[in-house]
Design a protein around this ligand. Structure first.
Ligand code: COA
Length: 176
């Protein structure tokens, strides 16, 4: 496994991981039509906008498996998106067959390391209440701090926000 920063060459691979992970994670939660209509091209374009073109608002780490294929990614904000917390983890998606092997922890650890380097102390993550993966954030010591309703394909879904006041406590970082 290799963890590295995403490049523009990765855009299609990132989009494929997102579409496949979304479909396996949100089946029965988001409308079937919405999941069927997710497209590699539009996801790749969205990531190009956020990561490389114009005003860059996020950074991303990807994980390559032994065969060089990207199997996971996570992105986080370079700007403040919330009044109370300094930065946000905007996405984290791992292909189903690579979940529960420690890759999620590794990705969050890398993001936190970068945040600490730039003197960021607090962080927030939004997730769907119906997604069992939110236990992952609880496992990392996050506290539920907010709720909101979002729309996906005409269906209203409850999101919850996990947050950390002091990210240095998550993995015992001490350079701050
Ligand atoms: C959620 C996700 C990022 C976690 O990454 P991961 O690599 O699977 O998790 P890790 O192996 O690092 O797990 C660390 C711990 O978190 C907890 N955990 C992780 N996923 C969990 C789940 N689905 N249900 C319950 N606990 C979970 C476990 O305690 C786990 O430790 P254990 O495996 O030793 O019991 C990943 O499973 C994923 O991409 N899921 C699908 C997409 C998704 O839901 N993304 C988040 C959108 S907000």
């Amino acid at each position: 496994m290799i963890l590295r920063e995403a490049t523009r060459h990765d855009l299609l691979s990132i989009a494929k991981v997102q579409v496949h992970s979304n479909r396996s994670t949100y089946v029965g939660i988001m409308p079937e039509d919405y999941l069927d209509n997710l497209s590699y091209e539009s996801k790749a374009n969205e990531w190009d906008e956020k990561l490389f073109k114009g005003t860059v608002t996020q950074f991303m780490y990807v994980v390559e498996a032994g065969d060089g294929n990207i199997v996971a990614f996570a992105s986080a904000s370079l700007i403040k998106t919330n009044d109370l917390f300094e930065r946000e983890v905007n996405s984290i998606y791992i292909l189903k067959e690579f979940q529960r092997k420690g890759i999620g922890r590794l990705l969050i650890k890398s993001i936190i390391t970068k945040f600490i380097e730039i003197n960021v102390k607090s962080m927030i993550i939004w997730t769907l209440e119906d997604n069992p993966s939110h236990i992952f954030y609880k496992h990392l010591g996050g506290n539920i701090v907010d709720k909101r309703i979002i729309d996906r394909g005409g269906k209203s879904l409850q999101q919850i926000a996990y947050a950390w006041e002091d990210i240095t406590c998550i993995f015992g970082h001490s350079n701050r």
